[in-house]
Design a protein around this ligand. Structure first.
Ligand code: PRX
Length: 650
């Protein structure tokens, strides 16, 4: 990797209100442990055994205690809380029974059409147990994989918790993914049961999810599809299909929680990598410790808070901060089925006012979209209940940060810009509500976490762009890649034992991190990771395409958009119609989010002498940068092809 340019210089600093600092959970913990200031906390938390051993006491309950906080003897297969007996569902549900939390609202659920239902912790407990018993009756047990392809309705967390309760491993596939993508993930995980729904609402239309699921299960080993009736659309039910309500009808609402080992897997979540094959990131039950701590300290959640993480449960953000984290802390969360600006651009703001939401966590893409609607849409609703804000998924540009701060937080609410990944399971670099903020920086690694920026020789650098690595293991870390332990070792770990995030970042003189984006061949579209090669494979799988190069292009709203350069097979004519066909084809192969924003037809693509397509060169031409060294190209004339195509279409 050559030296990375540092583009962003942001000087403004924002201090959190005194009353937030004084009452914050992190400050209270510091006081209780005689830690006088944040620097001391950062220092003392480097003692892994002490720090994580101390914090877990407030967060989790064990069936039987662990021996050691961390065993690094088989690194990078780190073992946390060795030999402890545990199940995350005990902390999320069981331990609240018989306490005041039992009758507290766990989820305020709002459908896109505006119907609101409330589920208490007791309701959730009963529903989870019934479903857990239902799954058992189908022969699902410990370590079996269950695929979930569901909308944002309470049945989704219920299904996840039901799996976890009986020791089964859930693999949630985002409901916007295509049947093809679902099928790949079912096959890779070897799931034998799929849970889905008849359909759901998105922007006023019903999506017939069961029909997509039916297509996906063809040719897989799925023995049963469980279908939750939600949108009341007509579906076809085969012999192996079963309605959720029929499955649970006769089931008792008690189900014993399976006692698990600390290291036992809780879920697999697939994420895009640099090759076409998605990576099955495996998290264990004890990932709970990192998730609960980060939520409690960063978003400072208190019993009276109404928390809204406006992400989809199909991604890691929803797993950790809609399902497991908030339930462990016993807070009330908002769960919303639909689109963020439907039917009017102020849907989010109006929901904040109606539900008295106190902490909102969303994405830079969503913020930029709302900026475009105009400030007047943020002035219609009373958002005075808010006290903290957050963002995740992509770098937030200072302009969007300031807009969010002023228009939504009314200059009162600190913004927690949390940097993390599917692999990290929880926030890693993030502000605490007691820290000064700089717009566009996720600030510093949280206590108990370590990060550095390394140059291409692996040396730690300051004020210089480089590769973002994590320098110490953490409890919510991925444990392996499903069925691919070698890929886990090779892809993520340097020889000297640092975790490679794949991102490019810079650390400033105050130790604040400025994440610039991916440094590998992975796109980040609206905060969603999509491998360049995944889109290329989808394009090449069409009968008219011979080769494709897919690169990112700057996008005002999405952060990054997708540009595809396509070489057609001999005799195939380019044109608008074919463009539309290919665009749809990618949507069918992967999902709508992966459809290219623009497709260029070219006769050749720049390649190395060994035939590898040089995406770097293609991207440089596209964003009108210097092309750089092309001496290693086998066909330098292809660069001209790309230049002409771009010029012609702009
Ligand atoms: O590039 C970083 C970006 O999102 C990637 C992780 O994507 P995913 O595994 O899908 O998880 C998204 C939700 C945690 C990272 O490698 N990213 C995430 N948060 C930030 C970010 N980039 C800059 N700032 C952030 N706060």
């Amino acid at each position: 990797m050559s030296k990375v340019e540092v583009l962003l210089e942001e000087e403004r600093t924002f201090y959190p209100p005194k009353e937030i600092v004084e009452n914050s959970n992190v400050k209270q913990w510091m006081d209780a442990h005689d830690i006088p200031d944040i620097e001391t906390l950062y220092q003392r938390s480097k003692d892994t055994e002490w720090f994580w051993g101390e914090v877990e006491k407030d967060l989790v309950e064990w069936y039987s205690p662990y021996d050691k906080v961390l065993d690094s003897s088989d690194a990078p297969f780190y073992r946390w809380f060795t030999n402890g007996k545990y199940n995350i569902v005990h902390d999320a549900l069981d331990r609240h029974m018989g306490t005041p939390t039992e009758h507290k609202v766990a989820y305020i659920f709002e459908s896109e059409q505006g119907n609101v239902t409330e589920l208490t912790y007791r309701d959730l407990y009963n529903e989870v147990n019934r479903m857990a018993n239902g799954l058992k009756s189908l022969g699902v047990g410990k370590s079996d994989r269950v695929a979930l392809y569901m909308p944002m309705i309470p049945a989704l967390p219920i299904a996840m918790l039901a799996c976890a309760r009986i020791g089964a491993v859930h693999s949630v596939v985002f409901s916007g993914y295509s049947p093809h993508a679902l099928q790949d993930r079912i096959q890779d995980s070897g799931a034998k049961v799929l849970i889905t729904a008849d359909g759901f609402w998105r922007k006023g239309k019903v999506i017939n999810l069961k029909a997509l699921a039916d297509e996906a299960v063809k040719g897989t080993d799925i023995e049963h599809t469980i279908c939750y009736q939600w949108a009341q659309v007509e579906v076809s039910m085969s012999e192996r299909d079963i309605w959720w309500h029929d499955l649970v009808a006769e089931q008792p609402d008690e189900c014993e929680t399976q006692v698990m080992d600390s290291e036992d897997p809780l879920f697999i979540l697939y994420t895009s990598g640099t090759t076409g094959k998605p990576k099955g990131v495996v998290h264990a039950h004890t990932y709970s410790v990192g998730v609960a701590l980060t939520l409690k300290w960063v978003f400072d959640l208190k019993p009276r808070d109404v928390w809204w993480c406006a992400a989809d449960i199909g991604w890691i953000t929803g797993h950790s901060y809609i399902v497991y984290g908030p339930l462990m802390l016993g807070v009330t969360s908002v769960l919303y089925e639909g689109a963020p600006a439907h039917p009017e651009p102020n849907r989010l703001w109006e929901m904040i006012a109606r539900h008295g939401i106190t902490v909102l966590y969303t994405s830079p893409t969503s913020i930029r979209m709302h900026m475009r609607f105009g400030d007047e849409w943020t002035q219609k609703d009373d958002m005075s209940s808010l006290r903290l804000l957050g963002t995740v998924g992509e770098p937030i540009n200072p302009e969007a940060w300031i807009w969010y701060y002023e228009n939504i937080g009314k200059s009162r609410c600190p913004i927690m810009d949390t940097w993390w990944q599917t692999e990290t399971g929880s926030f890693v670099i993030s502000p605490l509500p007691i820290l000064p903020l700089k717009p566009g920086s996720a600030t510093r690694p949280l206590p108990g976490f370590g990060a550095e920026v390394h140059d291409h020789e692996g040396k730690s650098v300051v004020n210089e762009g480089g590769s973002l690595v994590l320098t110490s293991p953490w409890p919510s870390m991925l444990h392996t890649l499903y069925n691919e332990p070698e890929r886990y070792v090779e892809h993520y770990w340097t020889k000297s034992g640092d975790f490679i995030s794949g991102d490019i970042a810079r650390v400033d003189n105050d130790g604040y991190f400025w994440v610039q984006g991916r440094g590998d061949d992975v796109l980040n579209v609206s905060g969603h990771r999509i491998g360049n090669s995944e889109v290329e494979s989808a394009l090449v799988s069409h009968s008219s395409v011979s080769e494709a190069a897919v690169v990112g292009r700057p996008d005002d709203i999405k952060g990054e958009g997708i540009a595809a350069f396509v070489v057609l097979k001999m005799g195939v004519e380019p044109g608008d119609e074919l463009m539309k066909i290919l665009w749809n084809h990618v949507g069918e192969e992967i999902g709508k989010i992966a459809r290219p924003d623009i497709i260029y037809f070219v006769d050749d693509l720049p390649k190395t002498r060994s035939g590898k397509i040089m995406r770097r060169v293609v991207r440089s031409v596209l964003v009108s940068k210097e092309v750089g060294d092309i001496s290693t190209l086998a066909n330098p004339e292809a660069v001209k092809e790309i230049e002409d195509a771009v010029k012609h279409n702009n």
